[in-house]
Design a protein around this ligand. Structure first.
Ligand code: P6P
Length: 323
């Protein structure tokens, strides 16, 4: 079953479905096939490396960041039911149309997360969230940051040893793999479930001295318990492993990053929806459910702790002891 037929079947199962999702997901499918092709051919086409420019966060942009951003915006821009696009690569949102002109959804995305790993062929990915915008005239940033905006679908595409599309529209997580021989994403697993426990933790331990005391206490405990450490430094790859194999992914706030590094709208929220739909947990250091956080800024950052229910419980024991 292809991604498109899977989504269409999902629509038929929901009376009153408008076909909006199919229209948006087909654009994301096309965009990510294009990006995946460019990622695979990056060294051949000499589009690796950094641009002189920096993105909104003062981070050097990779050439492929800009290419991926343009591909996604051109594919999504033609969808009449999308009002606003929010990209990691753009300071301002791209306002396509008001809600009253049919722009019922916003799409948040990180076009090529982990792109600094591209030149060493480590898995990178596209992360996206689809948000239904509130009724009424509110447009642009106000609509996006409104408490009446709700994330209704989320996914990522991992450009790794295979190109994997993970998707949730609120009814579990389904996994698709790009079959290059036919140019389609085909269903590989329906209803992906994260194991409840797995002794794997994923964190950049180089920053340990700057983590909150509870995180340091947890790491000391995990070392004694004989946990394995797996850290790729590409969120999509680290989260994908955590969803499939279980464990815990931790990118906490630190003394030099008091708000954390990962962005709420287009990294943490979509990943939190996927992780919860796969039976896992996604919280901040204080135990706040990431899906309960209301953004006050398009590019705000947050601490991210996500993974298997049992592993998150062990982590929280240490955070609670130290608070
Ligand atoms: P660090 C990639 O730059 C990214 O945004 C995520 O994909 C990844 O999880 C994280 O940053 C890695 O950050 O500080 O460990 O290099």
């Amino acid at each position: 079953m292809s991604l498109q037929s899977h989504v269409l079947a999902g629509e038929r199962a929901h009376p009153g479905a408008t076909g909006d999702f199919s229209w948006i997901l087909s654009a994301i499918s096309l965009a990510t096939k294009t990006i995946g092709n460019k990622v695979r051919r990056a060294r051949i086409e000499d589009v690796l490396g950094e641009l002189a420019a920096e993105n909104t966060h003062g981070e050097r942009q990779q050439k492929l960041d800009v290419i991926a951003n343009n591909v996604i915006k051109s594919c999504l821009g033609s969808r009449a039911n999308i009002g606003v696009l929010v990209s990691e690569e753009d300071e301002e949102p791209t306002v396509l149309r008001t809600r009253n002109d049919g722009g019922r959804y916003a799409v948040f995305f990180d076009p090529l997360d982990g792109s600094s790993n591209l030149d060493v062929s480590v898995g990178v990915g596209t992360i996206f969230g689809i948000v239904r915008l509130p009724e009424g005239e509110k447009g642009g940033v106000d609509a996006i940051l409104s408490k009446d905006s709700h994330i209704v679908a989320a996914g990522y595409v991992l450009y790794g040893s295979s190109t994997v599309f993970m998707l949730t529209t609120g009814d579990g997580v389904d996994m698709f793999v790009l079959d290059h021989s036919i140019g389609s994403y085909v269903l590989a697993k329906r209803g992906v479930q994260m194991p409840d426990a797995r002794q794997i933790y994923s964190i950049n331990e180089a920053y340990s001295d700057r983590f909150p005391q509870g995180v340091q206490s947890y790491l000391g405990w995990a070392h004694k318990e004989g946990y394995s450490s797996r850290y790729i430094g590409s969120m999509v790859a680290d989260v994908h492993r955590t969803i499939l194999k279980g464990g815990i992914f931790i990118y906490p706030v630190s003394s030099d990053r008091p708000k954390g590094k990962l962005r709420l709208l287009y990294e943490a929220l979509p990943m939190a929806m996927l992780v919860e739909q796969a039976g896992g947990v996604a919280i901040t250091e204080s135990g706040t459910r990431i899906l309960d956080i209301y953004a006050t800024d398009l590019h705000e950052r947050t601490g991210v702790i996500l993974g298997s229910t049992q592993e998150i419980a062990y982590f929280q024991e240490h955070m609670n002891k130290s608070s």
